[in-house]
Design a protein around this ligand. Structure first.
Ligand code: C5P
Length: 312
């Protein structure tokens, strides 16, 4: 193959995420809420293989425990939208055939669709030779969704604004997670809406929402790599509305916390429940206990790197 023709296929990978802290502020005029969140990228990856084509197409296959039946494969697919956005931005005239292997639960609150979009931007930039590079791709990624820049960046970061204004956070060591996957999805806008409704109903007895900030204890725990400290300060404002919409998640949280988890938290807008384990042995024991209770469980560690090209 000549260098002018470029690669025939590019393989990229981007991680899912857990919001170890998520404070939601007021609804803004653009339909988004102001956020303060601490993201951790975890070792569940979306793999994207991009091949040159005349048109834009996508195929999706499932990793362990993942149900991809609800993933659209038309123009509304976020990876297709990412590829089209890059083509429009750079003036590229061709298309791409995308093949996505999903390990991040679908509509699970772990940013799987965002990871697809981040991995696709990186893959198409390399495949097409459009040469945008990481910094410009990161900027472009914010147009595709609030979580996409973090899927691109990876590691540990604080997100403000819609969640897309990132500042890297120091983190030490590895955290061990056990994830209980639900056999249903939750719509992110519905969960935010439920939170707004709750705040409206109780506006007389809850204080008005102020500028959301990440608790300094969270940053200290991440910096120290201390799972026990992190367990004490993990928080998600979307957990209560997710539990209100899906009360069965309360039992899942109790099961994990009764079987050795340091703490459990609904991941993002749910319904995945993320349990922080004290160490690898604790994570393995918890995985066995939750599997025995017939939950679909996967383990993951974090933090991990963001979107990158894989050399097969
Ligand atoms: O950006 P993304 O497409 O992931 O957001 C999905 C939906 O989640 C938005 O349309 C909005 O309803 C809600 N959202 C929000 N505030 C944020 C992020 C998401 O209200 N900061």
């Amino acid at each position: 193959m000549s260098s002018v023709a470029g690669p025939t296929v590019v393989h990229t990978r981007a991680p899912g995420k857990i919001n170890v802290f998520l404070a939601v502020g007021d609804l803004q005029d653009d339909g988004y809420h102001e956020l303060a969140t601490a993201y951790q990228a975890v070792s569940l990856y979306e793999d994207v293989r991009a091949r040159k084509a005349d048109d834009f197409t996508v195929r999706v296959t499932a990793g362990p425990g993942v149900d991809v039946s609800g993933v659209p494969t038309d123009e509304s697919n976020l990876a297709v939208r990412a590829a089209r956005l890059l083509a429009t931005t750079t003036g590229y005239r061709g298309g791409v055939d995308l093949s996505i292997e999903k390990a991040v639960p679908v509509a699970g609150g772990m940013g799987g669709g965002s990871a697809d979009a981040a991995a696709t931007l990186l893959a198409c930039d390399a495949l097409w030779g459009t040469g945008l590079g990481r910094d410009d791709l990161l900027k472009l990624s914010a147009e595709l969704g609030a979580d996409v820049p973090f899927a691109f960046a990876g590691g540990t970061a604080v997100g403000t604004g819609r969640g897309d204004e990132l500042s890297p956070a120091l983190a030490k060591g590895q955290f061990q997670w056990v994830l209980a996957l639900a056999d249903f999805g939750l719509s992110t806008p519905t969960v935010y809406h439920e939170l707004d409704e709750h705040r409206l109903r109780h506006s007389s007895d809850i204080s008005p929402v102020r500028q959301p900030v990440v608790d300094t204890g969270v940053l200290q725990a991440l910096r120290a790599g201390d799972a026990e400290l992190l367990a004490d300060v993990m928080h998600n404002d979307l957990q209560a509305p997710a539990l209100h919409l899906e009360p069965g998640l309360g039992r899942v949280l109790e099961l994990g916390e009764g079987n050795g988890a340091l703490a459990g938290i609904v991941s993002g807008s749910g319904p995945t429940v993320a349990f922080l384990a004290p160490d690898l042995d604790g994570a393995l024991e918890l995985q066995i206990a939750l599997s025995a209770a017939r939950l679909t469980v996967v383990r993951a560690t974090g933090p991990v790197h963001g979107a990158r090209v894989i050399t097969d």
